[in-house]
Design a protein around this ligand. Structure first.
Ligand code: SF4
Ligand code: SF4
Ligand code: SF4
Length: 358
């Protein structure tokens, strides 16, 4: 067998262990979910030549090529090189042909964003590629996702950093014909931040989430997007067995440069506090912050960060989430079917249902 069959090494090289003995799956990173057609064809070629001919799409916008015999790993790594080059993924220096250099920091996910979607407040793919270059390769377990607007099609609140595009809508009263479409759509499709005062439209700046819906539905372009791109950042969302939780709003109206610094600084914090005993550096940031306290995390991530005047920061975020490690849900609001029989699919135990009058 030509390849060193070391599971730890294989995982780090971005291969997934398989249930089938002697086989692995090659994982292909696709930063921001954008891949060129030639690379896509290469994925297919590898799957046909070395795998089962199938390709799995991963939740983090990558590919998984199953059924690769371990002895073919070196060959597959060589074949992956053109995909790695085209995707702009940073490789360890002088290691072409050796595949992906690490797997801890996960693929940066992005919704279609401004390049495709009319609601996109920024180029999500471009930012995802920029972040990938900044943080990869790295063994720390970090998840980052970019979404173009408050619709959050990329489900960024399940990530350590969720970057949500914002625009600050600009109103030109001279172009306004008073049709109130913007008021209607802001109310129906967003948060209801617009009202009519003396025939003009007024925006409640505290309430406005910068979604840009008013810009899309104004027929005369009286509302336009701000030249500057702004971002809402949600922090430390996670899935998992112990304490899954949604990310909490940390920043509003932040700028790109500050966000990139914060992400980079997070790796210094992880270098300082990662529990070396944790399996393969897989301790999740959220659990580390639980250990050190948020203040310590903040001290690291805010180094050399200088926000603009519009940025708002939540200095005392609180995460709750599900505590599977602490509570027994069956004893609170859930019932065992065997204990309390249900009537059909009503969801209400029979004894709690209102009684019919006789
Ligand atoms: S999050 Fe916004 S920009 Fe991204 S795909 Fe959804 S609607 Fe479009
Ligand atoms: S950006 Fe969104 S929330 Fe703000 S005023 Fe326009 S529609 Fe309403
Ligand atoms: S949709 Fe445009 S034109 Fe109509 S009221 Fe709003 S700003 Fe004025």
């Amino acid at each position: 067998m030509g390849y060193d069959c070391n599971v730890k090494k294989l995982k780090k090289n971005n291969f997934r262990q398989s249930k089938v003995r002697g086989e692995v799956a090659s994982r292909v990173r696709v930063p921001g979910g954008r891949i060129d057609a030639a690379s896509l064809a290469k994925v297919v070629e590898i799957a046909v030549k070395y795998g089962t001919g199938e390709v799995n799409l991963t939740n983090r916008q990558g590919f998984e090529i199953p059924g690769i015999p371990i002895e073919d790993v070196e060959e597959v790594n060589k074949a992956l090189q053109s995909i790695i080059d085209a995707s702009g993924v940073t490789q360890a220096p002088n290691k072409p042909g050796e595949g992906y250099p690490s797997s801890g920091t996960r693929n940066v996910v992005a919704c279609p964003g401004k390049s495709l979607c009319p609601f996109g407040c920024y180029d999500t793919k471009e930012l995802a590629a920029k972040i990938d270059k900044l943080i990869y390769p790295n063994d720390h377990h970090v998840k980052i996702a970019c979404t173009g607007c408050s619709n959050d099609c990329a489900h960024v609140r399940l990530n350590d950093f969720g970057i949500i595009g914002q625009t600050e809508p600009q109103y030109n009263p001279d172009r306004c014909i008073g049709c109130e479409q913007c008021v209607k759509y802001c109310s129906r499709r967003s948060v209801g931040a617009l009202s009519v005062v003396n025939g003009k439209i007024v925006r409640d700046t505290d309430k406005c989430i910068g979604c840009g819906v008013c810009v899309i539905y104004c027929p005369t372009r009286a509302w336009t997007r701000s030249k500057e791109h702004y971002f809402r950042v949600s922090l430390l969302g996670r899935t998992g067995k112990k304490n899954p939780r949604l990310g909490v709003d940390f920043l509003k109206w932040a700028d790109e440069e500050s966000i990139l610094k914060i992400i980079k600084n997070t790796y210094d914090y992880l270098d300082a506090y990662q529990d070396r005993g944790a399996v393969e550096n897989k301790e999740h940031i959220g659990y580390i912050v639980d250990r050190t306290g948020f203040e310590e995390f903040l001290k690291y991530i805010m180094r050399d960060v200088h926000f603009g005047p519009k940025t708002e920061m939540n200095g005392r975020p609180y995460w709750g989430g599900k505590r599977y490690d602490q509570t027994n849900e069956l004893r609170s609001s859930m019932y065992r079917f065997s204990d309390r029989p249900y009537d059909g699919y009503s969801g209400i135990p029979r004894e709690d249902q209102p009684q019919k009058k006789r």
